[in-house]
Design a protein around this ligand. Sequence first.
Ligand SMILES: Cc1cc2nc3c(=O)[nH]c(=O)nc-3n(C[C@H](O)[C@H](O)[C@H](O)COP(=O)(O)O)c2cc1C
Length: 187
Amino acid sequence: MKKIFTESKTFYGFQDKEVSDETLIELYDLVKNNATSFNCQPLRIIYIKSKEAKQRLKPFILETNLEKTMNAPITAILAMDLSFFEDLPRNFPAMDVSFLFKDNADFTYQTAFRNSSIQGGYFIKAAHALDLGTGPMSGFDNNGLDEEFFSDLNWKSNFLCNLGYGDEDQTRPRASRYEFDEIVKIL
Ligand SMILES: Cc1cc2nc3c(=O)[nH]c(=O)nc-3n(C[C@H](O)[C@H](O)[C@H](O)COP(=O)(O)O)c2cc1C
């Protein structure tokens, strides 16, 4: 299991092999049980799989990310629901905390962004645990994409993630990582 932390790499290309819907369901089963504040679970996922859906996505992708996105078997939109707090009575029955978010757009946004990003990290590692390769991307037009896919929802895109069975020839050599002593303090 440690290998998914020590040996995983970002993939810029994928094998010509479909990712089944069963695998996508299994992937979410791994993501969903992990922690978020107040168990708020703001992450929402749209899988862009069909040619038609990829064409809808295309105008919003940064030029440098375009080819790999159009060629990936799936591009996941990892988004956050800014109305997540409406479900807190169901998701956090220990106490009613939805009042913290009502009329507090800044706190709501920060909580949604923090927790959907953490869930995005769970998503990437869960994909690796299922032997899928990932290519996360923040290079796209968030507002344009949101208008195209979420115009009737209170959702905002966080990041995109190309997904498939990775092509080992389409990765980069591991770049420098900080050593423990460089970035960690034990006080
Ligand atoms: C949130 C996030 C956004 C990223 N955005 C892009 C992107 O827009 N385009 C791209 O080519 N790579 C993108 N990357 C990939 C990183 O550059 C890559 O993961 C990093 O260089 C480490 O490479 P490695 O995983 O192969 O060790 C992104 C990664 C993350 C986690």
